[in-house]
Design a protein around this ligand. Sequence first.
Ligand SMILES: C[S@@+](CC[C@H](N)C(=O)[O-])C[C@H]1O[C@@H](n2cnc3c(N)ncnc32)[C@H](O)[C@@H]1O
Length: 254
Amino acid sequence: MRLENKKINTQIINNKYQKVKTKDNTYTLKSLEYNECYHSSEGALKETYYKHVCVMEEMADDFGDEIRILDICFGLGYNTFVSILNRPKNKKLKIYSPELDVELIKSLINFKYPKEFDEIRHIIDSVSKDLYYKDDFVEIEVANEDAREYIKNLEDIHIVYQDAFSPKVNKELWTLEYFRDLKKILNPKGIITTYSVATPVRCALYKLGFKLYTHKSDIIRKGTIASLRELNFPKVDFEEKLKRTKCRVYRDNE
Ligand SMILES: C[S@@+](CC[C@H](N)C(=O)[O-])C[C@H]1O[C@@H](n2cnc3c(N)ncnc32)[C@H](O)[C@@H]1O
């Protein structure tokens, strides 16, 4: 859930963002442009780990020696940085991440990340300055481009962290056409993880032939995991739901 209009401890940054402390004591921002937070109030770190990164860890052995991650979109970089902190043993990570807001990325060098991030301070600084980082185990490419165009040049992605703002304000990253483009660049064993449980989002994935699952952990609100093959995660019985609900999806031209 991205929409959070509760009264929050405010500190306005560059007239564009508001600093927000979440329930796990980690910080996120609220975008004044989108009027949404970058993370749920449950906890920026907690949400990142349980919605996205722990799924990557659990599936890692299916993905070969190099795990190719598409992080939609970079924002404060939690998904990318927490993936690196939890990199599965003997695996390399190649992370691709589009982000329209380059001013935000440049400011991350001064962002108050959790103390767990101290050991990757050099990576944060490099991405913030150069939009790029590479060592023997990790390569990160942040592209200051529209995600819709950027994804068309990718291939063989193992996991997509689908973490845009909500469809209400960021619809172009939740449409049937967008998910069709994501499907084209997924490895056959690839998956999509998202916080969204919205019926039009699940409908689009279902119409495209994805099987729908949810998260194992009860520690945070459950989201959706989409896969083209069977997975060992709790299944969402979407066919049952469709007996009661119309399968409406978000479209590019509406
Ligand atoms: C919810 S935030 C992402 C949070 C991020 N995953 C994190 O861990 O901090 C959504 C981000 O998507 C970016 N964005 C929105 N629409 C975009 C688009 N079409 N292409 C690229 N970036 C986009 C916004 O600027 C914002 O930084």
